[in-house]
Design a protein around this ligand. Structure first.
Ligand code: GLU
Length: 271
């Protein structure tokens, strides 16, 4: 009898665990817990970085998850992630959503679900002024970028003879450029422009008009987390319609910001 009870309990436990693993319902669990945990960058100027005065993580990505948590009626907890750690952190359940300059790719979409595109940019390079006129000038050189990024993969494809050095984050790659350890830094133009905007001796560097990819950003959620994905997409479309999405863009990248960028996209439903 006792054995049967133990077996039954074990069976129930396994079924329950399976349920958790296979049918994540972040919308329900976040509401129950009263908190949404977002994985954000903490050293990517403009998108997710530590404000020197308040010591809080701020940026374009942070404002989007703030709006989503507000709509959900829960508190927002921010956890720093890197390009390499963001997907494992989500899949392991340490965070509920990724808002970390993350490009939507078919490869990544095998493991996680993405929201509608909420930012759009393309991959470029920071180099010493006057050193690069075409892509050929970069091949065979040492190029710095971040581990686990599309930038790393795109650079390897576009510059087969270059040596790609991958750092934990982009400020470290920029430091390597300033120390003469790499010839260029490559990632999304939006990140490069913000990095350079804050860099000492920035007048010595430039971002030539050489683009090697399109980078549409999506918020990352657990695979099959249907209700939450639908909620996030609906919130993004509402934010576009109300003008809030554009206000967030202008706050960080508008004409009066430190790093003006073009808003060459609108948030629309993915086809
Ligand atoms: N958007 C690119 C990516 O998702 C580069 C920026 C980053 O490393 O977050 O990999």
């Amino acid at each position: 009898m006792k054995r049967a009870v133990v077996l039954m309990a074990a069976f129930c436990f396994i079924v329950a665990m399976g349920g958790i693993a296979f049918a994540a319902d972040t919308l329900e669990t976040a509401k129950k817990k009263g908190v949404l945990v977002a994985g954000v960058k903490d050293s990517t100027p403009g998108f997710g970085y530590v404000d020197e005065k308040t010591r809080e993580i701020v940026g374009y990505d942070v404002d989007f998850v703030k709006a989503i948590a507000k709509k959900l009626g829960v508190k927002l907890e921010l956890k720093p992630v890197t390009s390499a750690s963001r997907m494992p952190q989500l899949v392991e359940g340490n965070i509920d959503i990724i808002a970390a300059t993350m490009t939507k790719t078919a490869e990544r979409a095998k493991q996680i679900d993405f929201s509608n595109t909420y930012f759009f940019t393309g991959q470029k390079f920071i180099v010493k002024k006057g050193t690069v006129r075409s892509l050929a000038d970069l091949d065979g050189k040492r190029i710095g970028t971040a581990k686990g990024s599309t930038s790393e993969q795109n650079a390897k494809k576009a510059l087969p003879k270059a040596t790609i050095l991958s750092f934990d984050d982009y400020p470290q790659a920029l430091l390597a450029l300033q120390q003469g350890k790499v010839f260029a830094v490559t990632t999304d133009e939006s990140i490069l422009a913000n990095l350079l905007g804050k860099a000492p001796n920035k007048e010595q560097y430039e971002i030539p008009d050489i683009q090697i990819s399109d980078e549409p950003y999506g918020l990352g959620m657990r695979k099959g987390d249907k209700n939450f994905v639908a909620f996030v997409n609906k919130t993004l479309l509402e934010m576009e319609k109300s003008g809030e999405a554009k206000r967030i863009f202008d706050k960080w990248f508008g004409p009066n910001s430190q790093t003006p960028l073009k808003r060459n996209f609108k948030i629309t439903a993915d086809k």
